[in-house]
Design a protein around this ligand. Structure first.
Ligand code: ZN
Length: 203
């Protein structure tokens, strides 16, 4: 399985990193080795001094698909989740400055937190899901999928032009504003509405 991530999908986050608004979705991949194993702490890698949390809504693909039209995208997922796209911001900034790929900053071991899953029927509208991240009991990121530049069904259409989607693939749909550095002993807890979907400790 693969993890497909969307970058710059929320205007307020684009502003905070002083990035340009993209004309097409930005896509990058993480390998399955990036998944943080259940109940394990997140270890800050030794090659970075500035690892950021990015809380994101996740979509789990449940059918094989290629060239999916957005009006059929809803048939390709049944569960919505929440996760973190951990990002070594210092490494990413160097890569960006040189126009190099982002994998060392984005796809390292443990960089993908995948929390529990909820059936999509839980939600009246997948384009109106509230989610948040608490760091040490304070809310640091808050988002609503209604603010995505590209909505879930458009993302599935776009990704599937390039990559065949397979059962079990997970899409990270981009982070809202409020990304920030993590340090040892931070506790990160993610919520969709009032449901807690993950809780992890940083080491
Ligand atoms: Zn991200």
């Amino acid at each position: 399985m693969k993890l497909i991530c969307i970058g710059r999908n929320y205007t307020e986050h684009i502003k905070e990193l002083e990035n340009e608004k993209p004309t097409d979705p930005i896509i990058f991949l993480k390998p399955d080795t990036a998944i943080l194993l259940k109940k394990q702490p997140f270890f800050i890698p030794e090659f970075s001094n500035d690892v950021h949390h990015e809380v994101e809504i996740l979509v789990k693909i449940n059918r094989v698909g290629k060239h999916i039209d957005r009006k059929f995208s809803h048939k390709y997922y049944a569960e919505i989740g929440l996760g973190i796209d951990f990002t070594a911001r210092d490494v990413q900034s160097q890569a960006k400055a040189k126009g190099l790929p982002w994998e060392k900053a984005k796809a390292f071991d443990g960089s993908a937190v995948i929390g529990s899953w909820l059936p999509k029927e839980t939600f009246k509208d997948v384009n109106g899901i509230q989610f948040s991240l608490e760091k040490n009991n304070t809310i640091v990121q808050k988002g609503n999928t209604s603010h995505m530049l590209w909505k879930i069904d458009e993302i599935i259409e776009y990704i599937s032009k390039y990559f065949t989607l397979k059962i079990g693939d997970v899409i990270f749909t981009g982070t809202p504003a409020g990304v920030g550095k993590v340090i040892a002993n931070d506790k990160l807890v993610g919520y969709i509405e009032d449901k807690q979907l993950f809780s992890i400790t940083v080491k």
